[in-house]
Design a protein around this ligand. Structure first.
Ligand SMILES: *Cc1c(COP(=O)(O)O)cnc(C)c1O
Length: 428
């Protein structure tokens, strides 16, 4: 546990002794119109650009310019196996074995492809369980899967809901749903970290509960990858998917990660959609062979992938390799506990943090409910140079990321918040 102090001095001192302080310099920090750096708290929405990304992308543009099609084999980082150069680093970030990992497609697309394989409904077991405040795209995706298989998307969708006057989900309630309806549930799909509350779930616990009741279990790790200690292999989950543009800093709309547990790696009977990139690499270009399934997560690929996007991912993953998740998480815990400490000084009748207080049940994000606030508060924060995220009706989400956010960022953010709230009160 950490003990923190108030005051600007304390924040500066923490930055000075921060083992990762030099990494802030490796990122482009957005600036206001006067050239002052903004306080960027939305790494959970779009991570910042590493300075080395441009070089990685330019390398591929140069190889394309100079080599044309030959770049597939003779480029500096040949395009044919390019995705393989991402696998190991990505596997470390999410706690998986390389055979369980592939970078491909986009997040929601991957969820659909995973459901082609792991949502195999029958007449009696066809329902899908998600968290009630799931990211809208995930909800739309599972509803459309239900309809695609001829089920009613209201009848087929089961929501794991918080209790009245609560925001966080309780495992006892999941247990009760499964006791009662487990036999009718084909798939459980949960966000590893809930995007709204910041609650980080016990993936292993959810998976073993689901498996006990005969359900397949998958996770959307968009808000968990690069943010929390994930152990996807040990969780036993059947599959997971996550985007690379949030905590993984790989650029807007960049390709997504996908995990398929090792126990499915060699199962050729699993239903799936395929393309030439899911075919045996050795004979892929013979073009006339019978389909020969690649083992592991790679066997879910369809197309030859966009190299420019992968170059941006590689630039970022190389930074992750340099630091390692362990150090990032250590700083993250300290930074977020400092943030929590300062917010708590504002008093319970002003703000309430809905994110779990237990550091093992959250990543870096805190979701802050501000009493009597409306969107004008967010607008004022933005005017004051703070980039945060507003969710109706009254929640600000801020994610101080350990890679590029400083203790001073957090200090200044809370000072600005305090002064805006004080000013509002004077006027009221
Ligand atoms: C960010 C996010 C998405 C976005 O999906 P894309 O397919 O990348 O547009 C979906 N689900 C969750 C949980 C997210 O956090």
């Amino acid at each position: 546990m950490f003990t923190h102090k108030t005051g600007h001095e304390y924040a500066l001192k923490q930055d000075e002794t921060d083992a990762l302080k030099s990494f802030r310099n490796q990122f482009h920090i957005p600036k206001d119109t006067h050239g002052n750096p903004l306080i960027y708290m939305t790494g959970n929405s779009l991570g910042l650009q590493p300075k080395q990304t441009k070089g990685y992308v330019n390398q591929e543009l140069d190889d394309w310019a100079n080599l044309g099609v030959e770049g597939h084999t003779t480029g500096k980082t040949p395009w044919l196996p390019y995705h393989e150069f991402l696998t190991e680093a990505m596997a470390k970030i999410v706690g998986a074995k390389p055979i369980e990992i592939v970078v491909m497609n986009t997040l929601t697309a991957n969820l659909h492809f995973m459901m082609v394989s792991f949502y195999q409904p029958t007449k009696t077991r066809y329902k899908i369980l998600i968290e009630s405040d799931a990211f809208p795209s995930d909800k739309y995706a599972v509803e459309s899967q239900l309809r695609h298989h001829g089920f009613d998307d209201k009848d087929g969708l089961i929501l794991w809901q918080p209790r009245e006057n609560e925001e966080l989900l309780r495992y006892e309630d999941l247990e009760r749903i499964l006791e009662k309806e487990g036999d009718s549930i084909a798939l459980i799909l949960i966000g590893g970290v809930n995007y709204y509350t910041g609650q980080f779930f016990d993936l292993k616990r959810i998976t073993s509960l689901g498996h006990q009741h005969g359900c397949k279990v998958g996770f959307d790790c968009a808000h968990a990858a690069g943010n929390t200690k994930l152990e996807l292999h040990d969780s036993g989950a059947d599959f997971a998917a996550w985007c690379s543009y949030k905590y993984l800093n790989s650029g807007p709309g960049s390709l997504a990660g996908c995990f398929v547990h090792e126990r499915h790696a060699h199962n050729k009977d699993l239903n799936r959609f395929t393309g030439w990139w899911s075919h045996n690499k050795k004979t892929r270009f013979n073009m006339r062979d019978e389909f020969d399934q690649l083992p592991g997560a790679e066997g879910w690929q369809l197309s030859n992938p966009p190299i420019l996007s992968m170059a941006a991912i590689k630039a970022s993953l190389d930074l992750f390799e340099t630091v390692g998740m362990e150090k990032l998480i250590a700083k993250s815990k300290k930074l977020t506990s400092y943030f929590e400490f300062l917010l708590n000084q504002l008093g319970e009748d002003t703000i309430r943090i809905i994110t779990p207080t237990n550091p093992d049940e959250r990543g870096c994000q805190l979701s802050i409910q501000v009493r009597n606030a409306d969107k004008s508060l967010h607008d004022k924060l933005t005017e004051a140079g703070i980039i945060s995220d507003w969710r109706e009706p009254d929640v600000i989400r801020c994610a101080p990321t350990p890679f590029y956010n400083s203790f001073e960022d957090v200090y200044l953010l809370v000072e600005k918040l305090k002064s805006i709230l004080n000013h509002n009160q004077l006027k009221a």
